[in-house]
Ligand binder design. Structure first.
Ligand code: NAP
Length: 276
């Protein structure tokens, strides 16, 4: 991360003002940011309680022309700096919420405990790594994978009321914690209830890494508090999904820019939602 383009305090969400104004004084020059500085800049508001009872941040990357993946993976859109911020955001979170399709396609593994965030996490009473929470109606997940069998903190599987008992047992047998959020006949999860259910488990600093289907549902449910959007200096054309892929919202969600970092042409934006 080479540059911060400070955002004037009056356009920032109030909880972002301190870090933005501190940054404005100290980090306008072109230089690499230490992990600690990034962690300070991206720290969750304390207490981390939006109107939903938790604070839900999303971290996504998009190409210039709006693609959220290339050939079914987000890696072609990413960069070292993007992975650095990805790691910092995980290092700050209580739980990382992800749609099952992203977990399947990207081969999700448990989150690691990283020395760089150990002290900060201990001070907040967080375990050494965030829990990964996978949202799935089908429970068509490979429960023999390390994501379920070897996490530092048990992986959470969030499903609906009609999930097959045999898959629920497979998840539990692997060591996962199964959480029910939503009782619709379709078996789908109520995404607003995902946030409340995680908050009830004590996870209030929430990070979602998408994918586009799940993120659109969080936005539609009105529970997305912040969007960290990396813009990659690449164009793919084609018909890849955008970062949100779901029914159009009647009213747009509105956001205010909290900060922008740049490295190698990648923009790392952070937008706070304006709660109306
Ligand atoms: N650009 C980025 O930053 C970024 C980030 C993440 C992912 N991606 C890319 O996005 C693609 C995957 O995204 P996607 O939109 O197809 O999938 P997704 O949002 O990751 O996952 C969709 C799946 O999540 C489960 N799900 C979502 N909402 C649910 C609900 N309300 N109730 C129950 N289950 C629910 C369902 O799983 P079941 O089918 O198991 O029922 C559904 O099929 C991949 O190519 C990945 O590389 C890009």
């Amino acid at each position: 991360m080479r540059r911060l383009f400070p955002v004037p305090a009056e356009t920032s969400a109030s909880t972002a003002e301190t870090s933005a104004s501190t940054s404005a004084e100290t980090v306008t020059e072109d230089r690499e940011w230490a992990l600690d500085e990034l962690a300070d800049a991206y720290a969750y508001p304390e207490p981390p309680h939006g109107p939903s009872g938790a604070f839900l941040r999303a971290n996504m990357v998009s190409s210039l022309d709006g693609a959220a993946h290339h050939d079914g993976r987000s890696k072609p859109l990413s960069s070292d700096a993007d992975m650095r911020i990805f790691g910092v955001l995980r290092g700050l979170a209580d739980a990382v919420v992800v749609g099952a399709e992203t977990a399947r396609r990207e081969g999700y593994r448990p989150a690691r405990a990283r020395e760089a965030f150990a002290e900060r996490r201990a001070a907040l009473g967080q375990p050494p790594a965030p829990a990964i929470a996978v949202v799935s109606a089908s429970l068509d997940l490979d429960f023999s994978q390390p994501l379920f069998t070897e996490p530092l903190v048990p992986t959470i599987v969030i499903t609906g009321a009609t999930a097959a008992q045999e898959r629920i047992e497979a998840a539990r047998g692997a060591g996962a914690e199964v959480v029910f959020a939503g009782a619709g006949p379709s078996g789908r999860v109520d995404t607003a209830a995902v946030v409340t259910a995680l908050a009830e488990l004590g996870h209030t600093r929430l990070l979602t890494e998408g994918g586009p289907t799940l993120l659109a549902e969080f936005a539609a449910a009105g529970v997305l508090d912040e969007l960290c959007l990396a813009v990659a200096p690449l164009a793919f054309a084609g018909d890849a999904k955008r970062i949100m892929n779901g029914p159009v919202l009647g009213e747009p969600e509105r956001f205010t820019l909290a900060s922008v970092l740049e490295e190698a042409g990648f923009l790392f934006t952070r937008y706070r939602r304006i709660h109306q």
